[in-house]
Design a protein around this ligand. Structure first.
Ligand code: GLN
Length: 468
């Protein structure tokens, strides 16, 4: 076994026993990167020198691949966009500081859809990322580089971000565990903002236990992010001891299973997963989340609205690309943005600006916020009857590069992941099986109430054992 194949737990054990050092781990990942990155395109940049220097300073630390929108001091942070080419971070994001304080080091930067907008990583302006299980297919997105790196054994584990599904859907496509923590569980300071009321950083790993270890390292209060409560962070990994589905009330939201467009293999694997949970002692409960059908519409008002405000800072003055063609300040803003942003980002900025404009704000944005509250209440009701929900994660397995051209079809990828994001609660994707033809990975999603990552991870761990 090569060191790059290890997960976090195994790497930590080997380091503790002195079987190898952090430098050995980083060297193994570098060799793998040199061998595979031309084909897979998981990484956008890999500062080998910095990774080796950090490993030498911290010989017992585990290297973690970082999504290219999280600031690591001295490194590029391009967010998959041309507009940030040439920019280098001046500080570490809180999650990076937390990693370093807990025996991890950042190691390589992985690709993503531009500003995390997308579901296939095809919106990256930097490079093409391919699914390690089938190089003709997408890795999912927007954390497609993270998923391809984990699923293709090009890292030990990775950080992703999830605004409407960007950790969970690529995890499903690439056979990884991906956890979207509750809103506020993990600091967003130093993480380039897409939609501030939704964005969360989370682990993408080779096992549930690894996600538990990594989440514990990331989570907690941060003075620099007012959404992070002071509540203590449980020892998630210790909590996995003896995890079982026995007596767990598992809710099956009927609206999710009624969706017509679900791929037949995804349906089969999800239904088999339900049966496996039942056989392992879970009590199945049918629940209803009646406002589910409005979640996509709400998300595509709220997220672009927030994005249009967040992306105003990229103006050619303070960061990255500055148009050479500008004649005055106004054309400097307009041309730098026109040249720097790709089509999906422009689309979102236009939608966001529209729904916030005077005359339309009440009809769209304010209305969307009201429906968002109803979606949250649906979950509150459901969690009176069950401990966790089991749902499909993405409606299809990984699709072919270039296959989905229409933005609305692309948006439908997040049909099952967006509601939990809008509600601010926690959810995870766990590998559940492979399609019969083509052997593509498929994950299922578990959802728990806000700040119940302890329960979520336990259920995921117990499922992981029965899903094998
Ligand atoms: N695919 C969704 C979007 O394009 C979600 C992205 C995300 O979670 N960052 O907005």
């Amino acid at each position: 076994m090569e060191l790059y194949e290890l997960g976090i737990k195994a790497a930590q054990e080997g380091l503790a026993k002195g079987e190898f050092t952090s430098t050995d781990l980083v060297n193994s990942i570098i060799a793998r990167y040199r061998d595979r990155n031309a084909a897979v395109g998981a990484y956008v940049t890999f500062d080998e020198e910095q990774a080796l220097a950090l490993a030498a300073e911290n010989p017992k630390s585990v290297p973690i691949a970082i999504k290219d929108l999280i600031n690591v001091r001295g490194q590029p942070c391009t967010c998959g966009s041309k507009i940030l080419l040439g920019y280098r971070s001046t500080y570490d994001a809180t999650v990076v500081r937390n990693l370093k304080a807990n025996g991890f080091i950042p190691c390589g930067r992985v690709n993503m859809d531009e500003f995390a907008m997308g579901s296939s990583t095809e919106n990256s302006a930097l490079c093409v990322t391919r699914n390690p299980y089938d190089l003709e297919r997408v890795p999912g997105g927007s954390s497609g580089g993270s998923a391809a790196a984990v699923g293709g054994d090009m890292c030990i584990a990775a950080l992703g971000t999830d605004t409407g599904g960007s950790i969970r859907q690529p995890a499903s496509f690439c056979n990884c565990v991906g956890v979207k923590p509750s809103y506020g569980r993990v600091s967003r300071y130093g993480v380039t903002a897409f939609a501030s009321s939704l964005d969360q950083v989370g682990p993408m790993t080779k096992s549930v236990e690894d996600s538990a270890i990594l989440l514990k390292a990331l989570a907690g209060h941060d003075e620099m992010d007012g959404t992070t409560p002071k509540d203590p962070v449980p020892d998630y990994a210790a909590g996995l001891e003896g995890a079982s589905l026995k007596g767990v009330r598992l809710g099956l939201p009927k609206e999710y299973f009624e969706v017509k467009g679900i791929d037949s293999e995804v349906r089969r694997i999800t239904e088999e997963s339900v049966k496996k949970c039942e056989a392992a002692g879970a009590e199945l409960v049918e629940v209803s989340l009646p406002h589910t059908e409005h979640a996509m519409a709400v998300y595509y008002i709220v997220a672009p609205a927030e994005a249009s405000a967040n992306l105003a800072r990229f103006d050619g003055v303070r960061y990255g690309h500055r148009s050479a063609a500008a004649k005055d300040v106004y054309s400097l803003y307009a041309k730098s943005r026109a040249e720097g942003f790709g089509p999906e980002v422009k689309r979102r900025i236009i939608i966001g600006t529209f729904v916030l404009s005077s005359g339309y704000q009440d009809a769209y944005y304010t209305k969307a916020l009201k429906v968002r509250t109803l979606i949250k209440r649906d979950f509150d009701e459901a969690f009176k009857k069950c401990d966790a929900l089991l749902t499909p994660c993405a409606p299809t397995p990984a699709f072919r590069l270039g296959e989905v051209q229409d933005p609305l079809t692309m948006y439908l990828n997040d049909l099952f992941t967006i509601p939990a994001s809008l509600a601010g609660i926690c959810a995870a994707s766990v590998p559940a099986g492979f399609t019969r033809e083509g052997g593509l990975p498929v994950g299922v999603q578990f959802i728990c109430d806000g700040f119940r990552e302890d329960r979520l991870l336990k259920v995921c761990k117990a499922f992981e054992e029965v899903a094998r």
